[in-house]
Structures are given as structure tokens and as C-alpha cells.
Ligand binder design. Structure first.
Ligand code: DC
Length: 230
């Protein structure tokens, strides 16, 4: 059985940075499922499809193709054969992804791809519904979170370092709205799985989070069932 590590949590909790480093340290594949929802969203944006037009989104899902490849261990997302990895991290694509990930055809298509990957490779997979819906039998499930203020500050720092002008208040408001949408949608809403371990990173730096994660992975590899009873 491949080792499957599921990391869920709200936007900006540090999931991708942690998951990426963990995968690198253990030699597993890092699967960024948010990037898959973002690639779908990019397609809808390019096609001029409205985020509330469920019928058009359903039709688009029948023909669109999303696939993942790994170059030097780094995930590349292909949309209809085109590598779109560098176009996925904008606020517009993120908001479109949050709005369109509520629809069943979008989730069905991507969950199939995610399960197929995790069934044949050791993976660290991050997202919103990995522990609750995609990989219910994962070796380890972690719910990574932080206060909305801390998450907004991290995002603000990232954007200003990239030279983008932005407002901290607007970012925090956006995070609060996205959390609400992700947690209150009907299908696979963001929530902590019963057997997931909660890790609040508000007061932790990256090294401290990694130390906690490594302890959890080591314990889970020895005893996948007992890890939830810490
Ligand atoms: O993690 P992210 O910001 O890249 O994700 C973008 C959106 O995709 C997020 O707001 C909700 C959706 N998503 C999802 O519904 N399920 C996942 N497993 C991952 C992301």
C-alpha cells in the first residue's frame, strides 16, 4: 500500500509549503489539488463561462483535460496539453476556483485523478477534502490552520515581496469570504476529518511546523491507526 499523507485546511494556512517540503524530505510526490481546481477555473475564465452557470460548467467538464506531470519533483499542471502552472496563483483564478469547485462534475473529475495518483504512488496531498472525501484511508491526516489575520499577513508579505500592491484589510476580507464558501458548500466542504490531527500554525514558524509534521509522519508510518489518538 502506498503511503498517503492528507493535509487539509483553509487558504493561506501554509499547507503547500509544508506539504512540498515534507514530500521532498521523504521522497514522495507532492500533489497540490488546489492547483487542479485552479486549472479548471482558468479554463472557465478563458472560455468566458460565468461562475454561476452550472450547465455550462458541466458541459465544459466533459471535454476539458487536466493532467499532472512531475519535472524535477515539481508538479506541473497541464490544461488541454498546455502547461499552465505559472498562471494559477492569481487572486482571480483563486476566487474562480473557490466558486466553481462547488459543482459535482468539477469535483468528480478531479477526485478521480487524485485517487488514481495516490493509489500508485506515495503522496503528500493537500487540499480541502483530502482526509474527509478523497483519501478516507490515508496513512496520516493533518488539518493545518491559522487565524485569518495571520493568514492574511502571510499573504500580504508574499504579494508585497513580489512587488504587487495590495491592502491587508482587503486580503483578510477575501480570506474570510473564501473560508466561508469552502466550509459551507454542499459537496465535500472544508472540515477537519474525525481522525485528523489539528495543527494550528498561528504562533509557529516554518521550522516548528516541520518538526511537528515529521513527528506525526514517523508515528503514522509505525502505526497508522493509533496516530489519531495522541
Ligand atoms: O488551495 P487553493 O487556494 O489553491 O485552492 C483554490 C480553491 O480550490 C479553494 O478555494 C477551494 C478549491 N479546492 C477544493 O474545493 N478542494 C480541494 N481539494 C482543493 C481546492
Amino acid at each position: 500500500m502506498p503511503i498517503n499523507i492528507a493535509i487539509d485546511g483553509p487558504a493561506g494556512a501554509g499547507k503547500s509549503t509544508v506539504a512540498k517540503k515534507l514530500a521532498e524530505d521523504y521522497g514522495y510526490i507532492y500533489v497540490d489539488t488546489g492547483a487542479m481546481y485552479r486549472a479548471m477555473a482558468l479554463y472557465f475564465l478563458r472560455q468566458g463561462i460565468d461562475s454561476h452557470d452550472e450547465a455550462a460548467i458541466g458541459r465544459a467538464c466533459e471535454t476539458v483535460s487536466i493532467s499532472l506531470e512531475y519535472e524535477n519533483g515539481i508538479q506541473q499542471v497541464y490544461l488541454n496539453g498546455e502547461n499552465v502552472s505559472s498562471e494559477l496563483r492569481t487572486e482571480a483564478v483563486g476566487n474562480m476556483a473557490s466558486n466553481t469547485s462547488v459543482y459535482a462534475p468539477v469535483r468528480k473529475k478531479l477526485v478521480e485523478l487524485q485517487r488514481e495518483l495516490a493509489g500508485r504512488r506515495d503522496v503528500v496531498m493537500d487540499g480541502r477534502d483530502i482526509g474527509t472525501a478523497v483519501l478516507p484511508d490515508a496513512t496520516l491526516k493533518v488539518y493545518l490552520t491559522a487565524s485569518s489575520h495571520v493568514r492574511a499577513e502571510r499573504r500580504y508579505k508574499e504579494l508585497t515581496e513580489r512587488g504587487e500592491s495590495c491592502s491587508l484589510e482587503a486580503i483578510e476580507q477575501d480570506i474570510i469570504e473564501r473560508d466561508y464558501r469552502d466550509m459551507h458548500r454542499e459537496l465535500s466542504p472544508l472540515k477537519q476529518a474525525e481522525d485528523a490531527i489539528l495543527l494550528d500554525t498561528s504562533a509557529l514558524n516554518f521550522e516548528e511546523v516541520m518538526r511537528e509534521m515529521e513527528k506525526l509522519v514517523e508515528a503514522a508510518k509505525k502505526n497508522p491507526i493509533a496516530v489519531g489518538n495522541f
